[in-house]
Design a protein around this ligand. Structure first.
Ligand SMILES: *[C@@H]1O[C@H](CO)[C@@H](O)[C@H](O)[C@H]1NC(C)=O
Ligand SMILES: *[C@@H]1O[C@H](CO)[C@@H](O)[C@H](O)[C@H]1NC(C)=O
Ligand SMILES: *[C@@H]1O[C@H](CO)[C@@H](O)[C@H](O)[C@H]1NC(C)=O
Ligand SMILES: *[C@@H]1O[C@H](CO)[C@@H](O)[C@H](O)[C@H]1NC(C)=O
Length: 207
């Protein structure tokens, strides 16, 4: 006997059960949504805490939560850039440190542009673009941090800020992945709702 139809039958049963579950209808409350948004984040507790402390997060849907986290990253980048410019005002810094700081300032200006692009991409549900830009912004923070390692005896004055920024970006990537797994105008994950005939056809089931 061919096992493939049996597998599809089992899958169908699972899907039907889950569809029925969603009809029984539990409405997600705000904390559930924040938990869900951060569920696959590498820095889960930081992800949740950063969202919880941000104004507007209690009323936001998943896409709103992603925008909030992205804006936190954007304002972090802008604050860090200001901090770097403050360090550059210290004229007694040695030339190597000055060069590193100047590079870092450029890195963060790039990161600000890239996150700004991400915000636009998020608004038009271009999630791959969001991933590309946010990953690029994370790389900028790495480049900044690595610069100081090129000459022994120098300690980066930006480590904690680079790390926090990088974690915020990582959170955005994690939330975007959750968001991308969901139909744009349907807040219910694919397996939790009734599938369309086309979706059944896509996995080889005739309805
Ligand atoms: C960066 O964002 C975090 C989380 O919102 C915040 O605690 C921290 O103060 C911010 N740092 C800067 C430099 O903006
Ligand atoms: C200015 O730079 C010198 C040399 O790098 C350093 O020792 C000093 O702590 C810096 N001062 C400030 C306020 O950053
Ligand atoms: C972000 O992009 C918009 C256009 O989409 C532009 O008007 C704005 O000045 C940009 N902001 C920053 C901080 O680059
Ligand atoms: C999410 O909320 C925003 C308003 O904050 C709204 O414009 C958008 O349509 C909502 N998205 C979904 C999928 O409900």
């Amino acid at each position: 006997m061919n096992p493939i139809p049996i597998l599809f039958f089992i899958l169908l049963v699972i899907i039907t059960l889950q569809a029925n579950q969603s009809h029984a209808g539990s409405v997600t409350n705000d904390n559930d949504l924040i938990n869900k948004a951060c569920d696959h984040a590498l820095y889960k507790e930081f992800c949740k805490a950063s969202l919880l402390s941000a104004p507007g997060s209690k009323q936001a849907n998943l896409s709103g939560l992603d925008i909030i986290e992205l804006k936190l990253a954007l304002s972090n980048a802008s604050n860090i850039n200001q901090f770097i410019n403050g360090l550059l005002k210290n004229t007694s810094n040695d030339p190597f440190v000055r060069q590193c700081l100047e590079d870092c300032s450029e890195n963060y200006q790039d990161a600000i542009d890239q996150l700004n692009n991400s915000l636009a991409a998020l608004g038009s549900e271009r999630y791959n673009d969001v991933n590309t830009w946010v990953s690029a912004a994370m790389t900028d923070a790495d480049s900044c941090e690595d610069g100081f390692k090129e000459k022994p005896g120098h300690v980066s004055p930006l480590t904690s800020r680079n790390t926090m920024f990088s974690h915020l970006c990582s959170n955005v990537l994690a939330i975007t992945n959750v968001l991308a797994g969901i139909e744009p105008h349907d807040a219910i994950p694919p397996l939790m709702r009734k599938w369309t005939p086309d979706e059944y056809r896509d996995i080889g089931i005739k309805t």
